[in-house]
Design a protein around this ligand. Structure first.
Ligand code: NAD
Length: 495
């Protein structure tokens, strides 16, 4: 990967003219009301552009276009191999535009551009390729019916799928929903978070260029209550795939019940435990991984935010985690050396700071804790660590979604498991140990969609990703993701 200079990224960001119109039926269009909202770069506080502020009338238009395209069969009845070819072209185009996309993500939500460019986006291209390649490898079934009967079980696309996604990994979250749904023949309406619409709009351009027919992929920009809610309540949306907070996820279940019983798939919040046992072979490596809680400004649903350490090694281990955490000192996201950028916006920054203030009352602050200014923006927060946290404290229970690590401690394995499972969430859990039996025991008893042993937060297109309990339902990634965007049809033939 090429490491570019700060000058290079700054010049490129000044040259960019990002799209701000919505994308409906193959064209970039203003909102029907003509309203827009200002999109700001959280790292500089300056305006990037104006974005179409859509509402329920735009939703009606986009759903009608998606339905027309679905019924016409221009995509839904194309052969899976043709859909695969077009989606592989989308992957190639994302790869071609890697620099632009990395910059758009960084300007929109504050993440370090070089990190997005070197790691996140190349990974994303592989996700797109994996889903695309799967399009013509999903076989149907024939049931073992009695002689003279043929019972076929086919997977059909559901129809019109709406994807409502958050701002922390804007393009990843969009791709995780849209590409498997497209691969199986559905039409899509993507609603990016209001804070981060730019890469969704760029993706619309690439979809067209790759040959996805008009109406099959639409992007509606705007706010949750004015675009997300009408999508959730729409009588002609068949499936709603959501990634975001647990609070909003619950609303979508209600919208479905109030409307047409559309399928609702939820990937929601987390408060993931990271258990460190005294028998861990490489405590330095474990500490480096524990400090990754600050990666992406701590704005990660599956981040290991509760560090649960055995008392016998706790003090020495915290020292190591602190040393690694200092590498995440906030900086200009366009500087290739920066590992931690700006929080997504001032409002979220204040919310994280209010948790830090509560943490100061509840526990011992051992690192960071301050909001800082860089240039004209004060949307930066130091990597922060609290020691002597207990499960009663809000910083151990609530999802903060910022660079804040809460350290708890235990003596016995039973105590550690009880603490780890004492949460409304169940997205991810990590365990560090060199005892093989304990590793297997933990993977059985920890209540999480993914358990990672001697690593944290591994994500790959090859395996399902998703949560138990109030972290959600259904799974993104792997062949299981296709279950969300297809429905079973049985056909009996008597002969
Ligand atoms: P959010 O729930 O506020 O918003 C997510 C999306 O929902 C946005 O597009 C938003 O506009 C829309 N929305 C907001 N209010 C709405 C309403 N009343 N009706 C309909 N739509 C509405 O979440 P966020 O702040 O964008 O992202 C942070 C949250 O996302 C965290 O809780 C995090 O854990 C979660 N998240 C989960 C995963 C996962 O895979 N489990 C991944 C990333 C983020």
């Amino acid at each position: 990967m090429t490491t570019y200079s700060l000058d290079f990224w700054t010049r490129r960001s000044n040259e960019l003219k990002p799209e701000g119109l919505a994308f409906v039926d193959g064209r970039f269009v203003p909102s029907l009301s003509g309203r827009t909202y200002e999109n700001r770069n959280p790292a500089t506080n300056s305006a990037i552009n104006h974005i179409a502020d859509c509402d329920d009338s735009d939703v009606d238009l986009a759903v009608a276009a998606a339905r027309r395209a679905f019924e016409a069969g221009v995509w839904s009845r194309r052969s899976p191999t043709e859909r695969k070819r077009i989606l592989l072209r989308v992957a190639d185009l994302i790869e071609r535009d890697l620099e632009t996309i990395a910059l758009l993500e960084s300007m929109d939500m504050g993440k370090p551009v070089q990190v997005a460019h070197d790691y996140e986006l190349p990974d994303l291209v592989e996700f797109v390729r994996w889903f695309a390649e799967s399009a013509d490898k999903l076989y149907d079934e024939i049931a073992p019916a009695a002689p003279g009967n043929l019972a076929m079980i086919r997977r059909e696309p559901i129809g019109v799928v709406a994807a409502v996604v958050p701002w922390n990994f804007p393009l990843d979250m969009a791709v995780w929903k849209c590409i498997p749904a497209l691969a199986t023949g559905n039409s899509i309406i993507l609603k990016p978070a209001e804070q981060s619409p730019l890469t969704a709009l760029h993706l619309a351009k690439l979809m067209s260029e790759a040959g996805v027919p008009d109406g099959v992929f639409n992007v509606l920009t705007g706010y949750g209550p004015s675009v997300g809610q009408p999508l959730g309540l729409h009588m002609d949306v068949d499936c709603l795939a959501f990634t975001g907070s647990t609070e909003v996820g619950k609303k979508f279940m209600g919208f479905s019940a109030q409307s047409n019983m559309k399928l609702v798939w939820l990937e929601c919040g987390g408060k993931s435990p990271n258990l460190i046992f005294e028998d861990t072979a490489d405590l330095d490596a474990a500490a480096e991984l524990a400090a990754r809680v600050h990666y992406n400004q701590g704005e990660i649903c599956s981040s290991p935010t509760r560090l649960i350490v055995q008392n016998s090694i706790k003090d020495a281990f915290i020292e190591k985690v602190m040393a690694h955490s200092r590498a995440y000192a906030p900086g200009n996201p366009l500087d290739p050396k920066t590992l931690m950028g700006a929080m997504v916006d001032a409002e979220h920054c204040s919310r994280v700071m209010s948790f830090i203030e509560r943490g100061r009352q509840e526990a011992n602050l051992v690192l960071g804790g301050n909001r800082i200014s860089i240039g004209a923006s004060s949307n930066f927060i130091e990597p922060t660590i609290f020691d002597c946290v207990t499960q009663k404290h809000s910083i151990a229970r609530d999802e903060i979604f910022g660079p804040v690590l809460s350290v708890l401690s235990f003596d016995t394995e039973e105590e550690a498991v009880a603490m780890a499972n004492d949460t409304i969430y169940g997205l991810m859990a990590s365990v560090f140990t060199s005892n093989l039996s304990r590793a297997h025991r933990m993977s059985e008893v920890l209540r999480a969609g993914t358990v990672a042993v001697n690593t944290v937060d591994l994500i790959s297109p090859l395996v399902p990703f998703g949560g138990m309990r109030q972290s959600g339902n259904g799974r993104d990634n792997s062949l299981h993701a296709f279950e969300k965007y297809t429905q079973l049809k049985t056909t009996w033939i008597k002969f």
